[in-house]
Design a protein around this ligand. Structure first.
Ligand code: 5AD
Length: 330
């Protein structure tokens, strides 16, 4: 019967919260689910994988998210911040390799919207590319300035759709996050959201709500990754998010939002899941384009990346790896 529910979801793009919860908690049809998601992805994107380069330009953060290694409470972490000139130069180099460059940071108020806007427009004027910002919550006016400067897309995850769990982890209700998402959408950004799997206190019922929230917000992108406990946070010692459950959530997102860009999140890659994620509906890979000296300091969760390769070589290696899996880069 579960197969019938999955088939119906695949055909209509819809499922109830109860149906999603059943699929998430019953593992008897996982292969059927992954195959359905892979088929929908293939119908839309063929064998094409989209690759993005991400520059993590500051690890200063004013937030105190309980799961995050760069939260302000982690006083053991040395902080860095790239100056605008350096960020522009690195952005241009990344844009020569990747057609989309993601500029990500902690919530660092050092950078005003005007500064970031200049950085975005300067990179785009020197090298044709799309720019995604991932810099956290700002005012509608700031988002407007950044959009006018040429920012194309924005990633800001809802993290968890459960308001009580959100507040427990962030010390504030989710309202402002959701306000940001709505503002960004109205300003014409392509909107990226997402959430974590395996947060302490999360249930399958909550994951079902996470998935339905992505659908309700009609997001263009969704990063779904496992929670990985970080020693420098209040959640040190908690259990890791489950890779299989993450793949199931990615597969369900593919069925609910067939055209959505779904990265194999770096947190999942840490757990060796890139190939699995691509097989169950993901269509995007993100690669680090952060200058080597800063990479270890952008310590959101442990175990990120082993190798530091020049961007072009890193990209070519990925192309080879994907080629062996029968896939090609956009
Ligand atoms: N484990 C997994 N993902 C995490 N993030 C932050 N901390 C962790 C963690 N411990 C994710 C959040 C955030 C993104 C930048 O990284 O989803 O939005």
């Amino acid at each position: 019967m579960l197969e019938a529910v999955i088939t119906q979801l695949k055909e209509t793009g819809n499922a109830t919260a109860e149906e999603l919860e059943r699929i998430l908690t019953d593992d008897s049809c996982d292969t059927f689910l992954f195959d359905a998601a892979a088929e929908v992805k293939r119908r839309i994107y063929g064998d094409t994988v989209f690759v993005r380069g991400i520059i993590e330009f500051s690890n200063y953060c004013r937030c105190a998210c309980a799961y995050c290694g760069i939260a302000r409470g982690n006083t053991d972490l040395p902080r860095y911040r790239m100056q605008p000139e350096e960020l522009i130069a690195e952005g241009v180099e990344a844009a020569k390799v990747y057609r989309t460059v993601i500029l990500q940071s902690g919530e660092d108020t050092f950078y005003t919207a005007q500064m970031l806007g200049q950085i975005v427009s300067e990179i785009k004027s020197r090298q044709d590319c799309a720019i995604t910002l991932s810099i956290g919550a700002r005012s509608e006016e700031e988002y407007r300035v950044l959009r006018a400067a040429g920012a194309d897309r924005f990633l800001i995850k809802h993290e968890t759709a459960d308001a009580a769990l959100y507040e427990a982890l962030h010390g504030e209700p989710p309202d402002n996050r959701l306000r940001c998402q709505r503002d960004l959408r109205e300003l014409g950004y392509e909107l990226g959201s997402g959430f974590m799997i395996g947060l302490p206190g999360q249930t399958a019922q909550i994951i079902a709500q996470d998935l339905l929230l992505l659908q309700e917000m009609r997001v263009d992108m969704a990063g779904i990754g496992p929670f990985i406990p970080h020693d420098g946070t209040p959640l040190a010692g908690c259990a890791h998010g489950d890779a299989r459950m993450t793949c199931k959530a990615v597969a369900l997102a593919r069925l609910l939002l067939p055209r959505c860009h779904l990265p194999s999140t770096t947190a999942l890659n840490v757990k060796g899941g890139m190939a699995d994620a691509l097989r169950c509906g993901a269509n995007v890979i993100m690669q680090k384009a952060t200058p080597f000296a800063y990479r270890k300091l952008y310590d959101i969760y442990p175990g990120r990346d082993a190798q530091d390769l020049p961007l072009r070589e890193q990209y070519e290696r990925l192309r080879e790896q994907l080629g062996m899996m029968g896939m090609e880069i956009e």
